[in-house]
Design a protein around this ligand. Structure first.
Ligand code: KIV
Length: 264
């Protein structure tokens, strides 16, 4: 049975916690679907994880759509959310509607936008046109230069109140869920408690309705620095390197391919 937006709202009503993971390609998406992950996000984090950029700002709508189509082919039964990348919903509502619609035509079931009160009207416009919207507040990576780096947001009382007000504005505009990224645990807990729509945390503590990680962090594929909140549930990066070394060694020694891996 396909996972839908109403299913996610029902989970909040029942107090059921759920997982969301990013997916960027067909094969990974099909594995995550087999694992029963209800929501897959084609995140603009693919700028970092798949394309090697230092921020999410350079990724284009065309690149996002390319990955969205692959994920949609791999996991058509999951609730698929596509990030609207930087500069795809900033210039005008018309442009935002067109780009959100392209995401749905690529097989996504919803779009995710960064921002609170300043995009609330746009969230209402999209929702009224049948396009479900997931919000994203706190350490929103598309605003990294405004924040002066990837820093936890909402530590001071005034900033915390702004984020809480933004969350309420998103709910009132029709958003069906909101990602809370890089905010103090107590703030995420209080927003979660007050909203009727689910919160999905990343670096926001254990009290959100759902939790999201990038699939590359979750599988232990990320090399170098990982954020404090990341927990790797496998060490596939190390395994991949070891496997590649074994393959190269067997090629060098002539052990691969042997007779069993040859045609006769
Ligand atoms: O792009 C992304 O991967 C995200 C999640 C980390 C929430 O926005």
């Amino acid at each position: 049975m396909a996972v839908t937006v109403p299913d996610i709202l029902d989970m909040k009503r029942r107090g059921e916690r759920f997982a969301m993971l990013t997916a960027y390609d067909y094969t990974t998406a099909s594995l995550l679907a087999e694992a029963g992950i209800p929501i897959l996000l084609v995140g603009d984090s693919l700028a970092n994880t798949m394309l090697g950029y230092p921020t999410t700002l350079p990724v284009t709508m065309a690149e996002m759509l390319h990955h969205a189509r692959a994920v949609a082919r791999g996991a058509p039964g999951q609730l698929l959310v596509g990030d609207l990348p930087f500069n795809s919903y900033h210039a005008s509502d018309e442009e935002a509607i067109r780009n959100a619609a392209r995401m749905l035509q690529a097989g996504m079931h919803a779009v995710k936008l960064e921002g609170g009160g300043r995009i609330a009207e746009l969230v209402g416009t999209l929702t009224a046109r049948g396009i479900p919207v997931m919000g994203h507040l706190g350490l929103t990576p598309q605003s990294v230069h405004l924040f002066g780096g990837f820093r936890v947001q909402g530590r001071e009382a005034a900033a915390a109140e702004r984020i809480a007000a933004d969350a309420r504005a998103l709910q009132e505009s029709g958003a069906f869920a909101v990602v809370l990224e890089g905010v103090p645990r107590a703030l995420a807990a209080s927003i979660t408690h007050r909203l009727d729509i689910p919160t999905i945390g990343i670096g926001a503590g254990p009290d959100c309705d759902g939790q999201v990680l990038t699939v590359t962090d979750m599988l232990g594929l990320t090399r170098g620095h990982v954020a404090k909140f990341v927990k790797a549930y496998a060490a596939l990066g190390d395994e991949a390197i070891a496997a590649a070394r074994r393959f190269a060694a067997e090629v060098a020694s002539g052990a691969y391919p042997d007779d069993a891996h040859s045609y006769h």
